[in-house]
Design a protein around this ligand. Structure first.
Ligand code: NAD
Length: 362
């Protein structure tokens, strides 16, 4: 098959890491008999420089008309970049919000996987790490507290701020369906996280998730309160497969989950709409401190490309092959600077991409 991918290298290390992910996709295509067309567009600071805005309508339209989007990262050196002192809607990061909105990406998926070889970077004790962990957080991205009505006003002479947490059943249903679909490709366990002992929105969340579960008899569903989930993630992360949760809980829990892997250069992510369309990007930023020096770790972007193969194109064997190649390179001791440890072989961004591409096999 032929797939059309929009690439958005962005700023900082973005172009270097996207190049390596495309290299790996091309190699997977060659091994498995697919071809990938890449159409590059600008977003972030480079788009501001070229067009005066962080994302043009044309760039958004190109992304919309493709099968999936691969993004590097956007943004400059915070405080020091020429894009810092401008109106919020003209900053590089405004491109991210615009593309998520423009493509209706409401489901954010962030895996947290501990590679045995990198266990030293995990802040948890050996006894807790056990056999490692492999979980994904499915976070609702466009509703809840961050999008509800908000205001600050004086009430009886006291300044009072109000934020509103709203969800309707349709918003909950569509994210639950995504979580169950993804669990079907994994170990078939969903833990839905809410605060149903206090919040009405959480009670509705729980009811709707249970309704959706009826269409997925193979999936084991359970519920967990968010405060307990925050504890369980550091007490027994191995118990989780898919965590399904609303926007703010997901924001906090996904940062906690990424911390326990210990390696920011390894964390992939995806944001999807109602169809199989998705935008795939590493969880880290544009790392301006190491940009252009061949020092960046491309693995998070390469693993994001593997998610694209699995979730947008249903190419599970190809995604497995990419993930296996990453595992193999780590087992052989190759490391970029950010994950380097004594006795390992230090390589740059481009070499890491080569090594992974070379190891892709059926
Ligand atoms: P950052 O993630 O870019 O960097 C934090 C630290 O991690 C830095 O020391 C950096 O060198 C290192 N790092 C990050 N990715 C790495 C990789 N792949 N390999 C090796 N080291 C890596 O976060 P920051 O410094 O807070 O932000 C820098 C810029 O990125 C800002 O402009 C910020 O707004 C932007 N940002 C963009 C996104 C995005 O595009 N989705 C996300 C977060 C931050």
């Amino acid at each position: 098959m032929n797939y059309h991918i929009t690439t958005i290298p962005g700023d900082g290390i973005g172009p270097e890491i996207v190049k390596e992910a495309c290299k790996v996709l091309n190699q997977a295509g060659q091994v498995f008999g697919h071809s990938f067309d890449f159409q590059e567009v600008l977003m972030g600071g480079c788009s501001i420089d070229a067009y005066g805005v962080p994302l043009t309508e044309e760039a958004l339209e190109t992304a919309r008309n493709s099968d999936a989007v691969l993004l590097g990262a956007v943004g400059g050196d915070v405080g020091n970049s020429r894009w810092y002192d401008v109106a919020p809607n003209l900053r590089p990061e405004a491109g991210l919000l615009a593309i998520r909105k423009g493509l209706n990406l409401f489901a954010n998926i962030r895996p947290a996987y501990l590679y045995r070889e990198l266990a030293g970077a995990c802040p948890l004790k050996e006894s807790i790490i056990g056999d490692g962990f492999d979980l994904v957080i499915m976070r609702e991205l466009t509703g809840g507290l961050y999008f509800g009505e908000r205001y600050t006003k004086e009430v009886d002479g006291v300044v009072t701020a109000v934020d509103t947490l709203t969800y309707n059943e349709n918003e909950i249903r569509r994210i639950a369906v995504k979580a169950f679909d993804i669990a079907m490709k994994r170990r078939k366990r969903v833990i839905s996280v809410d605060k149903a002992n206090v919040l009405d929105s959480s009670r509705l969340w729980r009811n709707v998730v249970e309704q959706v579960a009826k269409d997925y008899p193979e999936i084991t569903l359970s519920h967990m309160l968010v405060d307990n989930c925050a504890m369980q993630l550091v007490m027994n992360p191995g118990q989780f497969d898919v965590i399904l949760t609303e926007n703010m809980f997901g924001d906090i829990l996904s940062d906690e989950a990424s911390m326990i892997t210990g390696s920011i250069g390894m964390l992939s992510s995806a944001s999807m709409n109602e169809s199989k369309f998705g935008l795939y990007e590493p969880s880290h930023g544009s790392a301006p401190d190491i940009a252009g020096k061949d020092l960046a770790n491309p693995i998070a972007t390469i693993l994001s490309a593997a998610m694209m193969l699995r979730y947008s194109f249903d190419l599970d064997a190809e995604a497995d092959a990419v993930e296996k190649a990453v595992q193999q390179v780590l087992t052989e001791g190759y490391r970029t600077g950010d994950i380097y440890g004594e006795g390992c072989k230090k390589v740059g961004c481009a070499k890491m991409g080569d090594l992974i591409a070379e190891r892709i096999a059926r």
